[in-house]
Design a protein around this ligand. Structure first.
Ligand SMILES: [Zn+2]
Length: 338
């Protein structure tokens, strides 16, 4: 991982912030409403000290350019790309800021290779996807298949969300088939409140506004099926998303960890045929989302929903900010453009 914090500023920030709170004679009860009871000079002092803590932690300043900031977490280096590359490309196309984070390095995700070389290869693959989409990408150095909902990982994710100053956070639901996906969902849920609690990871300033947390589409039914609260046409960026699936060569062209593939195409003809097979499969997959949520699409696109060929869908997590439909249209400024 490349979290920009270190132990020294962590401790320095904690001490400085604690002094400010105690100087103000305030009881801290970890509720999100504490700041509303704080007088303006004290609030100003807290902001100044938190800014100092951020500077001490060597954080790059977040540009205040009025653009949206979205951070998407996936368990492996391909999960964000498969589930949110379309909306990422749409946001990036409007100048909004998107970051994909893989919580593991993907180092067991191949039937023929593993370990450091595979982790490096998969990191390069998602970096290529980020170039295609016009976004940022980060891969944490945690072993594939070993992601756990630890306090250390909760802190890491809390810091990443704060450092990105996120308006929207995305992740898997915590009832997914893969233990890494489930634990990723749990970790993001665990961070959903802590990102606004000042003295949790006080080396990075808390967010002043709780982000909207969203889940990726899946087909798991228990304990409850996915609810498509927002469905976006990705027809205008489909080729970019397909270019990402092609760039994720180790996973799809070569078959990933257990697709049954045991040999690679040898001739140019075989390679072309394999590429076409992968692309056709993904075209069908992204079209299935549009077909599955045709009624929900109509809520956003009206009659034009009938013409949507491919889509991405997201569910609102009940933790984090609960957006109105109008706010969702501001956060997803795409409807009416398609
Ligand atoms: Zn995965």
């Amino acid at each position: 991982m490349t979290c920009r914090s270190s132990l020294v500023p962590f401790l320095a920030g904690a001490v400085v912030a604690t002094v400010v709170w105690f100087a103000a004679g305030l009881a801290h009860d970890s509720t999100p409403h504490v700041s509303a009871d704080v007088g303006a000079p004290v609030q100003e002092a807290i902001v100044l000290e938190q800014t100092a803590a951020a500077v001490a932690a060597n954080l790059a300043p977040v540009p205040d350019d009025g653009k949206l900031r979205i951070i998407c977490f996936g368990a492996h280096p391909d999960d964000c790309e498969l589930r949110a590359a379309g909306v990422a490309a749409k946001w990036a196309g409007q100048g909004h800021h998107v970051k994909f984070v893989s919580l593991t390095n993907g180092d067991i995700g191949h039937w023929q290779m593993a370990g450091g070389p595979l982790a490096q290869r998969r990191t390069a693959e998602v970096e290529r996807c980020a170039e295609i989409l016009g976004i940022e990408s980060q891969v944490l150095d945690i072993h594939d298949g070993e992601l756990l909902p630890t306090l250390e990982n909760r802190r890491t994710i809390t810091r990443l969300i704060r450092e990105w100053d996120a308006d929207i956070v995305m992740c898997h639901r915590p009832n997914d088939y893969h233990p890494d996906h489930r634990n990723a969902g749990l970790l993001i849920q665990d961070a959903a409140y802590m990102v606004i609690v000042p003295f949790f990871c006080p080396d990075v300033p808390p967010l002043s506004k709780n982000p909207v947390f969203l889940y990726y589409e899946d087909r798991f039914q228990k304990p409850n099926p996915f609810s498509a609260d927002i469905v976006v046409s990705i027809d205008d960026v489909l080729e970019k998303k397909l270019a990402c699936t092609e760039a994720l060569e180790s996973q799809f062209y070569e078959g990933g960890c257990c697709s049954g593939t045991t040999e690679l195409p040898q001739t140019p003809e075989e390679r072309t045929a394999r590429q076409q097979q992968v692309e056709d499969g993904f075209r069908r997959r992204f079209a299935r989302t549009a077909d599955r949520f045709r009624e929900e699409l109509a809520e956003w696109y009206g009659e034009a929903a009938e013409d949507v060929g491919s889509a991405e869908a997201f569910e609102i997590c009940e933790y984090g900010r609960q957006p109105s439909k109008d706010e969702l249209r501001e956060l997803f400024p795409f409807f009416g453009d398609d």
